[in-house]
Design a protein around this ligand. Structure first.
Ligand code: PMP
Length: 416
């Protein structure tokens, strides 16, 4: 079982999904905002995707040859952002991030990586650094956020080669990058990092990143495994970010396992194996799997500009409704987020970054998660969620009521 799908005393087991609902083994229907961790933008069993998978499966499930299906999905992605001139597929967001970092190392001849404190980018050792530092310390010598290993036993050199940046603190970022920039292969950024508060990147931070990248010659990797859904062309254009590489996953696979690295033809040439040994060999037995390619093509075709605008409006309405009812009921809590993404915080103090988003309340959030389940709503265990296309205004109203009630109940139980 994956880490994130277990919670005490035990999670309900999923029996089947129907649109924006998931039905458990007891026959109970839950309004699903977790959507397998933001990967099902059309909810469950979306008919065109089911049909696409069925048809693809009938033609064979995997080949030791390329297929037209991978060309079709790559062209669809390329048509959405000029920064995605070339696309290579793998099987997960973790792999996409790993290949992008290896690509940056091969291109620059450098080892080190910069990442933001609290930001999640999958399970590659370097990006796990300071994902959830407890406590979130400062490095005594440099005064930067300390590099703290994600897993026990992580080699020391991984920590030394991972520079941790404070989220949306452009002055401190500029100072750190000035010192460390010349040893960086890349800086990885999720423009709306879900685990670091789900607060969008500031304009000033983007400017600092661009200036440092220009001066020191490191690559910018925009990790849009979740945030690609924010606009038709992904997250980077929304925030004026000009990445060298973009990592994708989740929604682009229509619910099947997928990852992708995208970038300009020049940058992506590091993976080119047709002219001899490539800088980085991008392998994977199931990379560009035809079922995932077909499901992704179908899901992304249905996700046009109008569908995204509608989702983003529903997301904005949900955040406003919940925040308003917290104010009306004098509950010191808030939701942050962007577009169709939202995240709950049990404090009324402004959320700026990983440190302010922790608020010392992980067990209270677990209680809210359980209380939301009681109300028939499935959030991720740390109380974030996403809107999917089968949702209507009535679902948004139900969600707002259920989440407000779950938080109010938790506060009452804890005597807050
Ligand atoms: N990057 C980001 C921003 C993510 O949110 C995730 C997964 N939640 C990943 C990378 C890793 O993706 P996967 O779980 O497909 O390995």
């Amino acid at each position: 079982m994956r880490n994130a799908t277990w919670f005490a005393p035990h999670p309900p087991y999923a029996a089947k999904g129907i649109g924006c609902f998931v039905e458990d083994l007891d026959g109970r229907q839950l309004l699903d905002c977790a959507n397998n961790f933001f990967s099902l933008i059309h909810g469950h069993a979306f008919a065109p995707v089911v049909e696409a998978i069925r048809a693809a499966a009938g033609d064979g499930t995997a080949f030791g040859l390329p297929t037209e299906k991978e060309i079709a999905l790559a062209e669809l992605i390329r048509g959405r952002s000029p920064r995605c001139e070339q696309v290579r597929f793998c099987t997960s967001g973790t792999e996409a991030v790993m290949f992008a970092i290896k690509g940056a190392r091969a291109l620059t001849g450098r080892r080190a990586l910069a990442k933001f404190e609290g930001a999640y980018h999958g399970s590659y050792d370097w990006v796990e650094v300071s994902l959830a530092p407890e406590p979130a310390a400062w490095d005594d010598e440099s005064g930067n956020p300390a590099s703290i290993g994600g897993s026990k036993g992580v080699p020391k050199h991984v920590l030394q080669d991972t520079v941790v940046l404070p989220w949306n603190d452009p002055d401190r970022c500029a100072a750190i990058l000035d010192k460390q920039g010349s040893r960086l292969a890349a800086l990885i950024i999720d423009p709306v990092p879900s685990r670091a508060g789900m607060v969008p990147v500031s304009k000033k931070t983007v400017e600092v990143i661009h200036a440092a990248s220009e001066k020191h010659g490191f690559l910018i990797i925009s990790d849009e495994v979740i945030s690609f859904r924010l606009s038709y062309a992904g997250a980077h254009p929304l925030f004026g970010l000009q990445p060298d590489l973009i990592t994708l996953g989740k929604i682009i696979g229509g619910g099947l396992p997928i990852g992708a690295v995208a970038g300009s033809a020049r940058t992506m040439s590091v993976f080119d194996h047709t002219q001899g040994k490539p800088g980085v060999a991008l392998g994977g037995t199931f990379s560009a799997n035809p079922l995932a390619m077909a499901a992704g093509f179908s899901a992304m075709t249905a996700l046009d500009e109008a569908a995204i605008a509608r989702l983003n409006q529903l997301g904005s309405d949900l955040r406003s409704e919940i925040n308003l009812s917290f104010i009306e009921k004098r509950i010191p809590a808030q939701v942050t987020g962007s577009g169709s993404l939202f995240r709950l915080h049990l404090t009324a103090k402004p959320i700026a970054d990983y440190r302010s988003s922790r608020c010392g309340t992980p067990d209270a959030l677990r209680q809210v998660h359980a209380a939301a389940l009681e109300q028939g709503v499935l959030l991720t265990p740390n109380c974030s969620g996403a809107i999917s296309t089968p949702m209507e205004q009535a679902h948004i109203d139900d969600l707002s009521t259920a989440i407000t009630r779950a938080v109010a109940d938790t506060f009452a139980v804890r005597g807050w």
